[in-house]
Write a protein that binds this ligand. Structure first.
Ligand code: CU
Length: 288
């Protein structure tokens, strides 16, 4: 038991360092990815909340069914009752579901409103355009910065410095990540150039369709630094599965120096940022 506890303690000591890039799907995962925004935390809360309703209703129905099957089976109850109305029970099975629906509807609408209402005017706006089969990003700033982001090919790993498959998983890693500062309300204007795609980032709790000729707006406020992965989530053709979305959340300083460098040399800026982020993580691990 002691050994187990020591092992668990050792494991938790590693968690902060690992959590920096643990925000991606894992094999046989059946729960959500770790929430990185307050909205995703609210979504997780609502999921747990509704689950308790589902569990209790399922158990209630199961018990009632079992009771009826046993108590009113032909051998135990040869003469069936001819009762057809009971006011009390009819009131209960009308009012009960109404109360359940209200208990679900109120927090559900609150969550929906929160998802559409940024807490403040977003400080950064990025336009994301879905193409068959990659994404274009445009930072809506003075002298806009725009670049294309496509899935990282296996033969590009070495040149890009992305050999680490835990950090840059196959089918999820991209050549150019979106970079945003931490704790900054960021707006994403989502559209498409050819067919309908969808911009989705599970750890942020955002997903919206990318429709040609229309702009859909989402926002997020990432509270944890790290590298987050999402995917196009609308069947958009042959390479639908190969247009991942990667967002790197970094400190304000790292973001600012990346942005300045990216305007002239994007690959160089990305490499410098990767080195800066990895350097910080190493310091953090050593500090443990
Ligand atoms: Cu797509």
């Amino acid at each position: 038991m002691r050994k187990f506890l020591a092992g668990a303690a050792a494991l938790t000591a590693f968690l902060p360092a690992a959590a920096a890039y643990a925000d991606q799907p894992t094999p046989w995962q059946w729960r959500f990815q770790t929430a990185a925004t307050p909205i995703m935390e609210q979504i997780e809360w609502f999921e747990r909340y509704t689950l308790w309703f589902i569990i209790s209703i399922t158990l209630l129905v199961l018990v009632l069914l079992a009771y009826c099957i046993l108590k009113f089976r032909a051998s135990a109850n040869p003469v069936p009752s001819r009762t057809s109305h009971n006011t009390l029970i009819e009131v209960i099975w009308t009012v009960g579901p109404v109360v359940v629906l209200l208990a679900l509807a109120v927090p559900s609408f609150q969550l929906l409103t929160a998802q559409y209402t940024p807490p403040e005017e977003p400080k950064l706006t990025i336009k994301a355009t879905g193409n068959q089969w990659n994404w274009d990003y445009e930072y809506q700033i003075q002298e806009p910065l725009s670049f294309n982001s496509a899935m990282l090919q296996e033969d590009e790993r070495t040149a890009a410095g992305k050999e680490d498959k835990a950090k840059y998983p196959r089918l999820l890693a991209v050549d150019n990540e979106v970079v945003v500062p931490v704790n900054t309300t960021t707006r994403v204007l989502v559209t498409a150039s050819d067919v309908i795609h969808a911009f989705a980032m599970p750890a942020f709790g955002v997903k919206t369709d990318a429709v040609p000729g229309r702009i859909n707006e989402i926002w997020f406020k990432a509270e944890k630094e790290g590298l987050y992965y999402g995917q196009c989530s609308e069947l958009c053709g042959k390479d639908h599965a190969y247009m991942p979305i990667a967002i790197r959340v970094v400190t304000e300083d790292q973001y600012n120096s990346w942005l300045t460098a990216a305007k002239t040399d994007l690959p160089g800026a990305n490499k410098a940022l990767m080195a800066a982020v990895d350097g910080d993580n190493k310091v953090a691990v050593a500090g443990n």
